[in-house]
Every structure is written in structure tokens, then in C-alpha cells.
Design a protein around this ligand. Sequence first.
Ligand SMILES: *Cc1c(COP(=O)(O)O)cnc(C)c1O
Length: 380
Amino acid sequence: MKEMTTAIHAGESVDQATGALAAPIYQTATFAFESAQAKEDAVDASMNGAPDAYFYSRTSNPTNRVLEEKVAALEGAEDALACASGMGAISAVLFSQLKAGDHLVLSDNLFIITEILVNKTLRPLGIEVTPVDISDPQAIRSAIRPNTRMIFTESITNPYMRFADLSAIAEIARGARAKFVVDNTFFTPSLLKPLAFGADIVVHSATKYLSGHGDTVSGIVAGSAADMGLARIQMDALGAAAAPFNSWLVARGVRTLPLRMRQHSANGHSIAELLRDHPEVDWVRYPGLDTDAAFEVASKYLPNGCGGMLSFHMTKGKRAMETFCESLELAGVAVSLGDLHTLAYPMPKRDFMVRLSVGCEDPDDLIADVTQALDKVAAL
Ligand SMILES: *Cc1c(COP(=O)(O)O)cnc(C)c1O
């Protein structure tokens, strides 16, 4: 099956009870059994890692399962696990794979709450941590110790847009017998499949592009059935289960993921070029620009486009950041990303740079909006 077909069909089946074609929302906490033995068998199977031996929705749920099978198919993974949020997914992976005395090598630039989880929770629990520039394979190699159990990065880092050379890192991880975990939120499997380049586990904030409509918080993990079994036990213990309605919304989003990513990539590229060529902008980071530091390595991994995320900085600093963001008419000024709706995220604590999540609006309208906001900056 090709990607657009997989996005629409994977994980779906006609409901056996009613013939409903659209996946129903199984809004139930618990599941009833014909016999005491059948209940026992389901609980035992579930505790042994069966993802569809339903007995309680904190552990597994048929609506969550539709999303899990869909994302597993798109990532080329054996299995997947839906969670309450991206942080629920990241927590389930880190806690199921690491214990006191283990060493974690991770990108020195990551989504801020991932950094907080590592520094405020994992370090005090006795997990050793070495942050590295993830675009520098030599730095990663030097950080490896005998007790290194995991290398963790985002496929492109947030917000500095440093690109991880996945094959090179996978080779280092294999040599160290460490798991290679990639947060693929910014690219999605539609643009990049980290498992195909040697990663062991992929995590997503499904709140972002997988959902695509900015209307729910959700997370997902994909990888081997064994690793997903471990992650499910941890997700269950953390209480990070996905709500069935949220998974239903995300699965609906994923059906159009390849279509949306095409538009995000085309629009992202146009806006990145506009910014690069504008006198008020002193730098822009977007891996699709042939002037970008990541261009060469990214072009090996991203044949279908580079997505909608970019960061840039204007010469007038703070005043420019504020004026630009406040002048945008189509784009919202907000945290989050991956929405159909363009979002601008001003970063006063990061040298007044701006991160743009370029949406799926008509490119002419987006170009006009960004141009008029830059005109206001030029007039300062
Ligand atoms: C948003 C985000 C997360 C966290 O996901 P939530 O769904 O907000 O918990 C993790 N990683 C990246 C790259 C993100 O953008």
C-alpha cells in the first residue's frame, strides 16, 4: 500500500456489531465478559503485552487501537501506543527503558518540557545525562560511556532547527547497544520515517501535525512490539492513557496527513525564501533552503519536502519580534504548532527569535500577511 492509502485505511475496519464505516468512539471505562475465565484471560493477555485484550481503558481501548495501528503502519513499525499527550508518550518511553545508573545521551536543544523531565526528574532518580550538539556525530560518539542505554533527539531540534543525521547516530547507538529514540513531531512519517534509518523508537506529540487541527492534546509512540509492550505497562502505571475521543480526533487527522504535509512543506518553503531574502531578517533556519547549514544532510532524508517549521531572527531584535507578531493578521500568536492555522511563537528568552508554524492557508495570502508584517518592522 502506498502512503495516502495507508493513511486512510490502516487500522480501520467496518464495525462488526453495526456496520458503521467510520470508527466508533468506544467511550467506555470497562469491558464486560461472558465468564470469570474470559475476564482472567483478557487481563493476563493484556499484562503480557497484548494490545487488544481489552478489559479497562487505562490499559487499552479499541478507539485508541485504530490510531495505534494507523501510526504503526505509517512509521513502518511493528506496533504503536497512544498516550494522553506527547509528554505522556515521552515519559512512557524514558521510564520504560532507563533505570538508576544508566546513561542517557540527548540533544542539547529540545522541546522545553522534555528538558524539564530529564533535568528535574530523571537526573534526581540517578540517571546520568550528557547533552550534546546532535548535528555533530563526533560529539555524540565522544559522549558514549559503557553504561549508555539511550540516545534521544528530535529529528530536527526545537527551536534551533538542528538536523540529526539519523543513520550516523543509529550506527553509534548500535555500537553502544543503546536504544535510539527520535521525537519525530516536526516531520511526521509523511516526510521522514526514522525507523527506516535505524532508530528503535519514534515518539510524537500527536497534538501537532498528526492531529493537524489544533483541537486535542495527544501523544504516540511507535517501535517494536516488545518495546511497545514495555511502554504500555509504563503508560498504564503513569496514568497517561489516551482518551478515546482524543484518539478518534487524531485518527481523523492522520487520514489527511500526507495531503496536509505537502501543503505545509510548499508553504514553509515559500515563507522561508521570503524571509531569507528580506533585509529586516538576519537569519532563518529551514532545512529546505540551499543556504541552510542542514541543507546537505536534510536533502538526503527529506525527498518529499521539509515541512512547515522554521525559526528566524530580525536585525531589530525585541522591537521587531513584537511588531512582527502583533502585525500578523492570519497567523495566531500562540504556543503549539502543526495546525492548519499558521502560528507564530515569539521567543523573548531566546534572543527574540520567532518560530513560525506555517499552516495550510493559500500561499498567496500567507505571503501577503508576512510581507505586510515585515513592512511594519521596516518602518520602525
Ligand atoms: C509539543 C511537543 C512535545 C510535547 O507534546 P504534548 O502533546 O504537548 O505533550 C514534545 N516534543 C515536541 C517536539 C513538541 O513540539
